[in-house]
Design a protein around this ligand. Structure first.
Ligand SMILES: C[S@@+](CC[C@H](N)C(=O)[O-])C[C@H]1O[C@@H](n2cnc3c(N)ncnc32)[C@H](O)[C@@H]1O
Length: 328
């Protein structure tokens, strides 16, 4: 009898712990199908199902969950509307929507974490598909820009930077924002993913001093010395050996006293271990992605490249994300 109670007690515990998933699932579906916009003004399930060609009973189920978690509100005459909750993602065509993070979590991270039993048993890791996921990954990592930009901008000013490179620049957000403040600096964005580099070019075309190149950073050589190099959210694309090679390569670009800023979650860091450990579990399930660096590894990479660590501090404490600077 007592074991039966314990079983139920534990099952209830797991169900309760899983409650936050309802909110993420609802927001993901709402973002993917633009449903929060569809129900901005009160509408019936039938109206929306017909207009967007959606299966009616499933739309109703999604709505039922929405009402239960107070994301949606039932009005008169069978109509429903979206509640103006600050946490809800804006629609897909709004560039400031937070929806890309839901897409990355639900389509990439969670399925990968769920595949752990089979990957562990078969010992066959996944292959990260750059073409499929490159754009959403560039979108989500750009969300950190806002948090890091002030510190990066201070470093650029303090070091009187004249030439700057962003290695793995994604959509080039750092370059575009820094160019607004420092229009005299010559900036280069290097991006290995063609589609991502095309988008970066498009977004930077109004700024004369930004040059975006579709290139592997290992094969790029500058024409002049570089004062500042950003390596943000890139280390998980490289093995430990390649990290050493990359920093030795970048070290040769740098002017005397030049700086490299690294942004990455740190494995077993002082802060945010819950997040960084699960992020690490995600990367480790791919044969072409690599575990996060530890603080010790960054020290070894710097030493190998004849550089010294000049600062090391968390940029998003709860996620274990750090900003580290190396100097020549
Ligand atoms: C996660 S994104 C980060 C983008 C941007 N740095 C940021 O922090 O928002 C990393 C980018 O690095 C690019 N990348 C990976 N390895 C590269 C290499 N060897 N050379 C140039 N780009 C690379 C990837 O294609 C990807 O777009």
């Amino acid at each position: 009898m007592i074991t039966e109670y314990i079983r139920i007690f534990k099952a209830r515990g797991w169900m309760k712990r899983n409650m936050p998933f309802l909110y993420t699932w609802h927001a993901y579906v709402g973002y993917e199908l633009n449903l929060y916009s569809a129900f901005k003004k009160p509408k019936t399930i039938e109206e929306v199902a017909e207009k967007y060609s959606l299966q009616k009973d499933l739309l109703q189920r999604w709505m039922d969950v929405g009402v239960a978690i107070s994301y949606m509100k039932k009005g008169s005459k069978g109509r429903f509307r979206t509640i103006k909750k600050i946490m809800l993602p804006a629609s897909k065509n709004n560039p400031s929507s937070s929806g890309a993070i839901l897409k990355e979590m639900m389509e990439l991270h969670i399925p990968t974490l769920l595949s752990y039993p089979s990957v562990m048993k078969t010992k066959e890791k996944h292959t990260f598909n750059e073409e499929l996921h490159g754009t959403v990954v560039a979108q989500t990592s750009s969300m950190l820009e806002q948090l890091a930009l002030r510190k990066i901008s201070k470093l650029v000013k303090k070091n009187n930077v004249q030439t700057l490179v962003d290695v793995g620049c994604g959509h080039g957000g750092y370059l575009q924002k820094l160019a607004e403040k420092y229009p005299q600096i010559n900036m280069y964005g290097l991006e290995a993913n063609e589609e991502v580099s095309i988008e970066a070019k498009k977004r930077s075309e109004h700024v004369k001093r930004i040059t975006i190149e579709h290139v592997d950073a290992f094969e790029w050589y500058p024409k002049t010395e570089i004062d500042f190099v950003m390596v943000h959210n890139l280390l998980h694309y490289l093995s430990t050996e390649d990290r050493k090679k990359l920093f030795t390569h970048i070290g040769k670009w740098l002017s005397k006293g030049g700086t490299i800023s690294i942004m990455t979650p740190i494995q077993n860091g002082k802060h945010g271990q819950q997040f960084s450990s699960v992020f690490n579990s995600f990367f480790s399930a791919y044969e072409n992605l690599f575990p996060l660096p530890t603080k010790e590894e960054i020290g070894k990479i710097a030493k190998h490249a004849d550089l010294s660590i000049s600062s090391y501090s968390p940029i998003v404490k709860e996620a274990g994300w750090y900003l580290i600077t190396l100097e020549k």
